[in-house]
Design a protein around this ligand. Structure first.
Ligand code: ADE
Length: 267
């Protein structure tokens, strides 16, 4: 996979791309990343990349010319390459979108800054617009890194184990359940017995139920789209009955609620 990333701040990418799995993916040739400084494509002595918004208002808007010039020079006529604008107004990035993007050979990512990007980039250059979540970042750079990371780990050979992404949270519509490693007892907290039982079928069922329970408790919205067996549905029905029985009683675990003094008065 080759990413072309257009940014005014290429240095932001250095640390994350130079460590761990992203670093190894590049060393093995499975991932290549070209960082393009948009300023290099701006004209004039001052290489201006932003300007005041027409109609007034605060902030600056990124000019279209350097962004068009950069994409056109980089692609050199190549077609079929997704040109993705990162912005809080884009479609939401999910695991399904990561899987979709992992099928491409090459992707262009445009990182917006300031108050925004001239609308003509969105309308006449970008083929897609993606947001990584319902919050506003200072620019698209961190969003681009999120996409590079989530897509790269899906590429064949990037993670050692070929089945490593099969049980990911979200890969099959459910959150992942808990994981444990040694010691079997830590500070008096024991690993669930079933995991030490050697009974493979029981372990598979337990893991499935843990994933269902966690999804039910934290992200019930995901259950509407998850692929569920009859056995899963029975288990969920049991959880619903349990919840109905205990509603109104909420046990407090450690760190479940912030101490009151940390709660902002305005919220
Ligand atoms: N730029 C600013 N906020 C963003 C977000 N949430 N997703 C993608 N790009 C952004």
């Amino acid at each position: 996979m080759h990413f072309d990333i257009l940014t005014l701040f290429p240095e932001i990418f250095r640390g994350p791309l130079d460590e761990s799995i992203l670093k190894r993916a590049q060393e093995s040739g499975r991932l290549t990343v070209a960082l393009h400084n948009i300023r290099d494509y701006a004209s004039g002595k001052h290489r201006i990349t932003d300007d005041l918004p027409y109609g007034g208002g605060g902030g600056m808007v990124m000019k279209p010319e350097p962004i068009f010039a950069a994409v056109e020079a980089i692609l050199a006529g190549e077609t079929g390459v997704p040109i993705i604008l990162l912005s809080p107004q884009g479609r939401l990035f999910t695991q399904a979108v990561a899987v979709e993007l992992a099928r491409y050979r090459r992707i262009v990512l445009i990182c917006g800054r300031y108050e925004g990007v001239d609308e003509r980039v969105r309308e006449h250059l970008a083929t897609d617009e993606i947001s990584i979540g319902d919050y506003v970042l200072t620019g698209g750079e961190l969003a681009a890194l999120v996409i590079v990371d989530a897509v790269t780990r899906l590429l064949p050979g990037v993670l050692g184990d070929p089945g490593a992404t099969f049980d990911d949270s979200h890969a099959r519509g459910l959150l992942e359940g808990p994981h444990y490693t040694r010691p079997a007892v830590f500070r008096g907290w024991a690993v669930p017995e079933v995991l030490l039982s050697g009974n493979h079928a029981a372990i598979v069922r337990w893991r499935r139920e843990q994933a269902l329970r966690r999804t039910f408790e934290r992200r019930p919205d995901l259950l509407e789209r998850a692929e569920l067996t009859a056995q899963d549905r029975e288990f969920l029905a049991r959880l619903k009955r349990e919840k109905a029985d205990t509603d109104g009683y909420k046990p407090l675990g450690p760190h479940k609620e912030p101490p009151l003094e940390h709660v902002s008065k305005s919220s």
